[in-house]
Design a protein around this ligand. Structure first.
Ligand code: ZN
Length: 584
């Protein structure tokens, strides 16, 4: 393990990050009520907003799907980051360096950081060659002919890999074996059977492939003339897994606001050419079919995906493969469409020829999934014969079965019924709601949970909370959590709900704390202190009652010590003189 990130730093990060601002940049928020903000939930598909963000608690919660957490959780969920990556991203926003505690040694994270640095250096080298290489003017002329402006070239960090066997090798002046191994591992250089090393990309236009955090993880190289292969990608490396990455997704996500849709095209040139025409929502798969992982990623960022293919045989095959891979990702509320371009055209050539408006019009005419699916099946099986009907039913049912969205399933099934000329057995009314049921059954609020929830949501209540260390001995579930919450707040005045939750992230109590943080207590602000005190006292009473019963049992056996005997009588008196308190 790497050195741990100091707890104090995580605290500071949460103190300085404003969760409203953080989320608003990704999911535009609207004010709701006097304090909170709301939006349609980014973690499930819905038409009316049930996702709320509380600036006081620095916490978000969705009443639809139950998603909740602090800024770190949001980054992990929304950006699909690991814990440490989420910390790094938040730190980057605040221009902070993530410190590491000393002690443990393992240089893997350092090595990984070096990998990203090296890839960025290679990208810079290719960019520089596009300006300085003797052939630069020729390459620039080619780009101009392809209609690319200096802005697009800069936005996508395009570069040129020179026509040379050792341009990159020399640039890195790779004398050490370790350095050359790193270049080789990242597939920037190749080795032949004799161990001779040479640049992997030569005389190609270079497209850096960036991951979801904008780091260069691989390259795509396109031939300038008619050479083969037209596109050459970095092979898989420890940084690059092509079945998961989408070229252009990082850039598309840099656009302000929510991504209404994403367009999947075939090549990087298509992505850049479309951006040049201000169509900034295209992504390209990297030498693979669009995988199920790709669709999973795409539907994380948008609810509408349009796949764009050549109208030729290869394009149709690719589209059908994509459809099959997409089926398991079709939750209710998402939309998948297909566009087929005229033979011999690609989005790059077409947008140049027709312009933006005409291209967008093609997208508007895209075929919905259900239409494309049945057109394809009908081309294979003719339902006018019994054999054709059976074949169609079997194939369609097998495909529909894979769709998780119930509304989607219904829609496809009833379309199949129509085609087969059979009465739809299914009810057509009331399509299943896109909203999944909240995973948490309603939380039972005991006095202990009530006290914990109120304190967690309003750490300032610690001021009125009595110091009662004897409670630690009580056999009351949750008492240790309540007391340790109290200690944490006392140790760190001004601590927020979000920070408190962070202390428990890896502990078993985290789940219940998250639920209690999002519990809506409906207590008026001016009643809050009294309610909390009443709740606390009722917990104390429970403890005193327990203690009294224990002493009573001992007394019957005549085993009380002198101090216990005194305590027993004090308790009896105290409980007698006390009016019963309301227990919530
Ligand atoms: Zn939700």
């Amino acid at each position: 393990m790497a050195g741990q990130i100091p707890r104090q730093f995580i605290d500071e990060l949460l103190a300085r990050t404003d969760i409203v601002e953080l989320i608003d940049k990704r999911v535009p928020l609207k004010k709701a009520g006097s304090r909170n903000y709301t939006a349609c939930c980014p973690f499930h598909n819905e038409k009316s907003p049930s996702f709320t963000v509380s600036p006081d608690k620095q916490f978000y919660h969705c009443f639809g799907c139950g998603a909740h957490g602090n800024a770190i959780s949001f980054m992990m969920e929304f950006e699909q980051l690991e814990f440490v990556e989420a910390i790094e991203e938040l730190a980057k926003d605040l221009h902070l360096e993530v410190p590491r505690e000393k002690g443990q040694f393992n240089n893997r994270p350092q090595a990984q950081a070096d990998d990203y640095t090296l890839m960025q250096q290679a990208a810079s080298y290719y960019q520089q060659q596009l300006q300085q290489h003797p052939k630069a003017a020729e390459v620039q002329a080619y780009l101009t002919k392809r209609g690319l402006s200096a802005q697009s070239i800069a936005d996508y960090q395009l570069g040129y890999a020179p026509e040379s066997w050792d341009g990159l090798l020399k640039h890195f002046n790779a004398n050490s074996k370790a350095k050359r191994d790193q270049l080789y591992d990242l597939k920037l250089i190749s080795r032949n059977d004799n161990g001779r090393e040479f640049d992997f990309f030569r005389d190609r236009l270079m497209f850096p492939i960036r991951d979801k955090r904008g780091r260069v993880i691989a390259f795509g190289g396109r031939v300038l003339g008619d050479g083969q292969p037209k596109y050459l990608n970095s092979p898989e490396t420890r940084l690059f897994h092509k079945g998961r990455e989408l070229y252009g997704l990082y850039e598309a996500r840099q656009q302000p606001g929510h991504l209404e849709r994403l367009l999947v095209v075939e090549g990087y040139m298509d992505v850049v050419a479309l951006a040049e025409h201000d169509i900034r929502f295209a992504v390209a798969c990297l030498g693979t079919a669009t995988t199920s992982d790709h669709f999973h990623t795409l539907f994380r960022y948008t609810s509408q995906v349009i796949c764009c293919y050549d109208g030729d045989r290869a394009g149709r095959d690719a589209a059908w493969r994509a459809l099959q891979n997409a089926l398991p990702q079709l939750k209710d509320g998402v939309e998948l469409k297909f566009v087929f371009l005229p033979d011999g055209e690609d989005p790059d050539s077409l947008v140049q020829k027709e312009g933006k408006a005409a291209f967008l019009e093609r997208l508007a005419q895209a075929k919905p999934l259900s239409q494309y699916l049945f057109e394809h099946l009908l081309a294979e099986s003719d339902p006018s014969s019994d054999a054709g009907k059976t074949a169609l039913a079997a194939k369609a049912t097998e495909l529909i079965r894979q769709v998780p969205g119930t509304y989607y399933q219904e829609q496809l099934s009833s379309k199949l019924d129509n085609l087969l000329g059979r009465q739809s057995a299914r009810t057509t009314k009331a399509p299943a709601k896109a909203r999944p049921t909240a995973p948490s059954t309603t939380l039972k609020i005991t006095p202990m949970r009530r006290a914990i929830a109120l304190l967690l949501q309003n750490p300032g209540l610690v001021q009125v909370m009595p110091d009662a260390p004897e409670l630690a001995d009580a056999a009351l579930p949750g008492i240790n959590l309540l007391l340790s919450l109290q200690q944490h707040i006392l140790a760190k005045p001004g601590v927020t709900t979000a920070q408190l939750l962070e202390y428990w992230r890896d502990l078993p109590e985290h789940t219940i704390l998250l639920k209690l943080a999002s519990w809506e207590h409906q207590i008026a602000p001016e009643q809050l202190t009294q309610d909390f005190l009443d709740t606390f006292h009722s917990i104390e009473d429970l403890y005193l009652q327990q203690r009294l019963e224990a002493l009573e049992r001992k007394d019957k056996l005549q085993q009380l010590t002198k101090t216990e005997w005194q305590e027993y009588h004090l308790l009896l008196q105290a409980l007698k003189s006390k009016k019963p308190r309301p227990v919530s």
